[in-house]
Design a protein around this ligand. Structure first.
Ligand SMILES: Nc1ncnc2c1ncn2[C@@H]1O[C@H](COP(=O)(O)OP(=O)(O)O)[C@@H](O)[C@H]1O
Ligand SMILES: [Mg+2]
Length: 246
């Protein structure tokens, strides 16, 4: 069992197993996965379709309970937390960014950044949202609606929205999957900068070796097993390793 200490990583999974359906005959989506995500680190999670990437994110974010094992966010154990504790944790410490942005079409960029936190009962100030939109390079676009923004700009609004609650961890599921190469590169640069400047921990699922190369570390899942960990790898090294994995 991991010890709780001030030096706890932002996210810790210890021997996490997840079985869907019948405990003995169901689908084993994760098998005894152990991984630490240091505060302020940027990790890419790779693996073929069905290898358990989304399940790992869901377990780490307290959206799915593991069948066994321990999950901690900072110093808080969440695998056995009550539903109300999980709701608070998801509201206060965790944010998501998705492939298809999931902005509200009828709202401006500024309103999109503010609304979800306010709906969740958080006190957030317009000034903070404007600062974040500036940080993501959209100071001139705060009154634009999603349809008036490019894909890359929409994803940057989604990142500003994810940051407004000052989360411990930002989970990103294929954040560049719907973007062209240059818009994707800008989004990755932004995510990298956030880890460095704000100490946000980013955990990103991606199929793209070039995107993964922007991270400090790549974790490779195969059939629910964490089979490899690459640090400081090049795009070529990552794509070679992922191909061998298949
Ligand atoms: N809610 C669910 N119910 C049953 N099986 C599931 C569920 N979610 C995922 N699975 C199964 O768990 C395995 C891992 O899925 P997933 O985590 O979505 O993989 P990935 O994100 O890497 O594609 C797959 O075999 C998938 O079919
Ligand atoms: Mg998935």
């Amino acid at each position: 069992m991991p010890m709780v200490s001030e030096l706890s990583p932002a996210v810790r999974l210890h021997q996490v197993t997840k079985v869907f359906g019948d405990p003995r005959a169901g689908t084993v989506a994760l098998r005894a996965v152990t991984a630490d995500f240091a505060a302020g680190s940027f990790t890419a999670l790779m693996g073929p379709s069905g290898s358990g990437k989304s399940t790992l994110l869901m377990c780490a974010a307290g959206l799915t309970r593991p069948s066994s094992g321990v999950v901690q966010i900072a110093d808080q154990r969440i695998d056995n937390a009550s539903e109300s504790a999980l709701t608070r944790l998801r509201r206060d410490r965790i944010s998501f960014v998705f492939q298809h942005f999931q902005l509200i079409d009828s709202l401006t960029a500024l309103e999109n950044v503010l609304l979800p936190a306010r709906l969740a009962g958080r006190r957030v100030r317009s000034g903070d949202a404007l600062e974040l939109l500036d940080l993501v390079g959209l100071a001139e676009r705060t009154g634009h609606r999603p349809a008036q923004l490019s894909g890359g700009q929409q994803q940057r609004v989604a990142i500003a929205r994810a940051l407004i609650t000052r989360p411990t961890v930002l989970f990103a599921d294929e954040p560049t999957g719907a973007l062209d190469q240059s818009a994707g590169a800008e989004v990755l640069e932004l995510l990298r900068g956030l880890c460095a400047a704000r100490g946000t921990t980013v955990v990103m699922v991606t199929h793209d070796a070039a995107a993964a190369a922007a991270a400090d570390r790549v974790l490779l899942l195969l059939d629910g097993v964490l089979v490899d960990e690459l640090r400081g790898a090049t795009v070529g090294e990552i794509s070679d390793r992922v191909l061998v994995g298949r």
